[in-house]
Design a protein around this ligand. Structure first.
Ligand code: 13P
Length: 283
């Protein structure tokens, strides 16, 4: 059975010191391409869907694609709902069969976030699903002034949140942001070490696109067992389509365009899987 609990994938990576790529897909083509990359490199993989993608495609269609495309895989994979503040979408995805969710209560006060997160953990537990939590939120690079940091909570607050909610993975702010960094970001890697030492649970590294290979290996070594990549997929998917049409302006053959896009997304996924050290780690 190729689909396994997200916890199994992350806990192994955490114990063995490598990072699992958690890649956001946007449709059937990108889903198939990242699964093919994992299969080729014999790597475990977490496939992520945003709330936007769930709403655009529909949970039923997305999950039918997932079931069909993973049926014959030989590597362990899991399906994760990324940043979701909407409890009804969390419930819907858990009911359909998603293996984990990130309850994003970062816009709430820590107390309300904590109360709701406890409920989400109980709900997910009924399905054997993992819950990732966050208390600080991540902005988009474009929305941030140079060197701006989102408001960080104290280590004590973070530890109390993890302890009281029973989440399995925590996503702390360390100077990371979603989108394409203008320059290599300045990251507070010590905060990862502190959070892991104080909580004993793995950290999810957000805003992976554009971090340097050295940053990835340092942060993974400190306990970032789940490494999120989204913008890099969008760039490879859309830019390869644009480039293809620019090179073949009068060719209106969708399968040729799709082949070029698939190759670009697959290459992007393989690049990150190798960088995170999860190639050859499938069981
Ligand atoms: P990037 O879009 O910067 O790769 O971030 C992905 C992410 O953290 C998704 O939650």
């Amino acid at each position: 059975m190729p689909v396994v609990p997200t916890k199994e994938i992350i806990d192994r990576a955490f114990a063995e010191g490598y990072g699992v790529a958690a890649i956001n897909v946007v449709n059937d083509l990108t889903l198939e391409a990242v699964l093919a990359a994992a299969e080729e490199l014999h790597a475990p993989l977490i496939v992520q869907t945003s709330v936007k993608t769930v709403k655009m495609t529909g949970a039923d269609v997305l999950f039918a694609m997932w079931t069909e495309m993973t049926r014959r895989l030989r590597v362990p994979v899991a399906l994760h709902l990324d940043h979701c503040p909407e409890r009804d979408v969390i419930s819907l995805c858990l009911q359909k069969g998603w293996n984990s969710v990130l309850f994003d209560g970062s816009a709430l006060s820590v107390e309300v976030n904590q109360r709701q997160c406890i409920e989400v953990v109980a709900e997910a537990g009924r399905y054997g699903a993992l819950v990732e939590g966050e208390i600080e939120g991540f902005k988009r690079v474009e929305a941030m002034a140079d060197d701006e940091r989102v408001n960080e909570q104290s280590l004590e607050t973070a530890v109390e949140f993890v302890r009281s909610t029973g989440i399995d993975v925590f996503a702390p702010a360390i100077g990371n942001a979603h989108g394409m960094y203008k320059t290599t970001p300045k990251l507070d890697s010590q905060r990862v070490t502190d959070v892991v030492a104080a909580t004993g649970i793995p950290v999810a590294l957000h805003g992976g696109t554009g971090m340097s290979p050295e940053q990835f290996s340092d942060l993974i070594g400190r306990g970032c067992a789940k490494v999120n990549i989204s913008t890099a997929l969008k760039i490879s998917y859309m830019k390869s389509g644009f480039d293809y049409m620019t090179e073949h302006p009068a060719e209106y053959d969708p399968p040729s365009l799709f082949r070029a896009q698939r190759a670009a997304v697959l290459e992007m996924a393989e690049y990150h899987i190798r960088l995170f050290g999860s190639h050859g780690k499938a069981w």
